[in-house]
Design a protein around this ligand. Structure first.
Ligand code: HEC
Length: 212
């Protein structure tokens, strides 16, 4: 009987088969962990960024902005700070709204409703058009996501403050929030905000007044 010829290729295939069998049978080898998908299903935006701001982010941010203030009265200054459970719950609602709302900004959506060009037309435009904003985000989505993340972080900070019920820290947090909003707006919405920006804005308002 002729010996079965074993070519190097066959040897290789046999070794590979043995290795595969031994790893799949051996109880000591753990299968790689299966990463659960982050989303349970499709996500579909309902509104544009502009409407998301007007109808969700802006009003919910007020739960934080309005939590502490100094009221000047005839009798002097009076500081407003959260006291009751409801006061703190309103702030927690704001914190969750801001932290989770930031994630909604990461869902691709139009920047403004169809046909709305912002104040981006005319001789002294002060805002970028939705198309210009889109182009800027498409070019560098990392920056956009980082700006949304910065807002999310303030939401997390406020959640911690609510746990400790530390009203004094709310002053700092409100300032951080203001900064997170404004940094994004200055980069994407009205990037020309400087002395010239206000000159343009004034000229524009003057023009509007004259045409009325
Ligand atoms: C990641 C970026 C980003 C962050 C963070 C952000 N915004 Fe905005 N916001 C925008 C952009 C872009 C627009 C302009 C959209 C447009 O008009 O095309 C806008 C518009 C707005 C408007 C105008 C809405 C209107 O009806 O004209 C308000 C009000 C607003 N933002 C409030 C806020 C507040 C308050 C915060 C923080 C709590 C915030 N935004 C955080 C990107 C951001």
């Amino acid at each position: 009987m002729r010996a079965f010829p074993l070519t190097p290729g066959m040897l290789c295939a046999a070794l590979l088969l043995m290795a595969a069998l031994s790893s799949s049978c051996s109880p000591s080898v753990n299968p790689p962990p299966v990463q659960a998908p982050i989303l349970w299903g499709d996500v579909k935006p309902v509104v544009s960024v502009k409407e998301l701001m007007r109808d969700l982010i802006d009003p919910i941010a007020d739960n934080i902005f309005d939590a502490v203030s100094v009221i000047v009265t005839k009798g002097g200054e009076e500081e407003k700070a959260p006291k009751t459970d409801e006061d703190w719950q309103r702030i927690r609602t704001g914190a969750v709204g801001i932290a989770e709302g930031a994630e909604l900004l990461r869902i691709r959506r139009p920047f403004a409703p169809a046909g709305d060009l912002n104040n981006s037309t005319g001789p002294d435009p002060v805002e970028l058009s939705p198309d210009q904003i889109t182009a800027k985000v498409e070019k560098d989505p990392v920056e956009w996501n980082a700006r949304a993340q910065a807002m999310r972080n303030v939401g997390l900070q406020v959640l911690e403050i609510v746990k400790r019920r530390d009203a004094r820290e709310l002053w700092d947090a409100a300032e951080n929030l203001e900064e997170a909003c404004e940094n994004c707006h200055r980069s994407y919405w009205y990037p020309g905000e400087n002395a010239q920006f206000y000159e343009k804005l004034n000229r524009r308002l003057e023009q509007l007044r004259r045409t009325k």
